[in-house]
Write a protein that binds this ligand. Structure first.
Ligand code: NAP
Length: 320
């Protein structure tokens, strides 16, 4: 049986992958997006996107991504749900091996993104979904009128803490330093919200609970003092939302592409070191990981894939 050889194979259906699909589709390239789970990547766990030009007021991540996916499909991009487990990127025809099948393409755009980093302390893994969460949109409503803690001090932690005040009676941000990393405009929203409190210079060192989060130990990194925070007796539990950064989804490319700190190194036109293989979005080594920069990367990668197929693309090597 003859297998389809696509012009463009895109791994990942987040903003980078979907923008690449839109641009590839509009360039009349046969395009297949391979997504392992559900569309959207990290923005599906984002409650509100207010810094993507043209996003609607109070637009949620899932809503924005659904519009992106519809638009890519309208221009002919196909999609399959499969987990890519091996990649063969050298040569004219690239081969991606999924759990359900194999996919052939003249070019590959890697838009695999990143996943939330865990704290890595005892009890965390056992209590995921039982009090410990990495997604405010998904789990915030379980903690209606309860106490909520947010771990982290970056944009994500502070923005999601503000969102979680819709549910919790009190939201405490636990941060390992005494100043936030989040940009000033996001910090201001938190500082002006009476439901938000802070525990500075502190890290969670252990979660406790048998089937449900009942308590946690928080350590002051300056004094070494440990404090046990227990659930209110009436509530029986509380919520802890962890937003301490992300880990790039680049395991498939170790020893195949140049990685730095786990991120794929590309040039400004999204070329990796292998001709016909591009990377876009949060998986790339870059300074600003946002929906808008992911979408821009995807568009550039698709246009470069088009140029490569037409033989017009000089083979660039990534900048060292
Ligand atoms: P981030 O900027 O890497 O911040 C991670 C936070 O977690 C930092 O405050 C860090 O503390 C803390 N942290 C890291 N490891 C920790 C550990 N083991 N224990 C306790 N705390 C730990 O991650 P992010 O906030 O998810 O943001 C990722 C990217 O997305 C950034 O570029 C950000 O600007 C962007 N973003 C933008 C928006 C927006 O513009 N609306 C929203 C969300 C995300 P330190 O500060 O001490 O390092």
């Amino acid at each position: 049986m003859n297998q389809t050889i696509y012009d463009v194979l895109i791994i990942g259906a987040g903003p980078a992958g979907l923008a690449a699909a839109l641009y590839a589709g509009r360039a009349r390239l046969s395009t297949l997006v391979i997504e392992k789970e559900k569309d959207g990547g990290q923005i599906v766990i984002t409650a509100e996107i207010d810094n993507y030009p043209g996003s609607l007021e109070h637009e949620s991540g899932p809503s924005l991504v659904a519009r992106m996916a519809d638009q890519a499909a309208r221009f002919g991009a196909e999609k399959v749900y499969d987990m890519v487990v091996d990649v063969h990127l050298e040569g004219e025809i690239k081969r991606l091996v999924g759990k359900k099948g194999e996919y052939l393409g003249r070019t590959v755009i890697i838009a695999t993104g990143a996943h939330p980093r865990p704290i890595g302390c005892p009890g965390e893994k056992e209590l995921i979904g039982k009090g410990v969460s990495y997604c405010a949109t998904c789990d915030g409503n379980f903690f209606e009128d309860m106490e909520i803690f947010v771990v982290g001090g970056g944009d994500t932690a502070v923005e999601e803490a503000v969102y979680l005040t819709k549910f919790g009676r009190k939201v405490t941000i636990i941060h390992r330093r005494d100043e936030l990393r989040a940009v000033k405009s996001i910090q201001e929203k938190a500082m002006n919200n009476p439901k938000i409190h802070f525990m500075w210079d502190s890290v969670v060192s252990r979660f406790h609970g048998d089937g449900l989060l009942e308590a946690m130990t928080v350590k002051n990194v300056k004094t070494g003092k440990e404090t046990l925070i227990e659930a209110d007796e009436e509530d029986g539990t509380f919520g802890v939302f962890v937003f301490v950064g992300f880990i790039p989804e680049s395991q498939l490319f170790v020893d195949k592409l140049q990685l730095r700190n786990g991120y794929i190194v590309t040039d400004a036109l999204m070329h990796t070191g292998i001709p016909g293989v591009f990377a876009a979005g949060d998986i790339r080594e870059k300074s600003l990981r946002q929906v808008i920069t992911a979408a821009a990367d995807g568009a550039i990668a698709a246009m470069e894939a088009n140029a490569y197929i037409e033989g017009a693309c000089p083979v660039n090597q990534p900048n060292p």
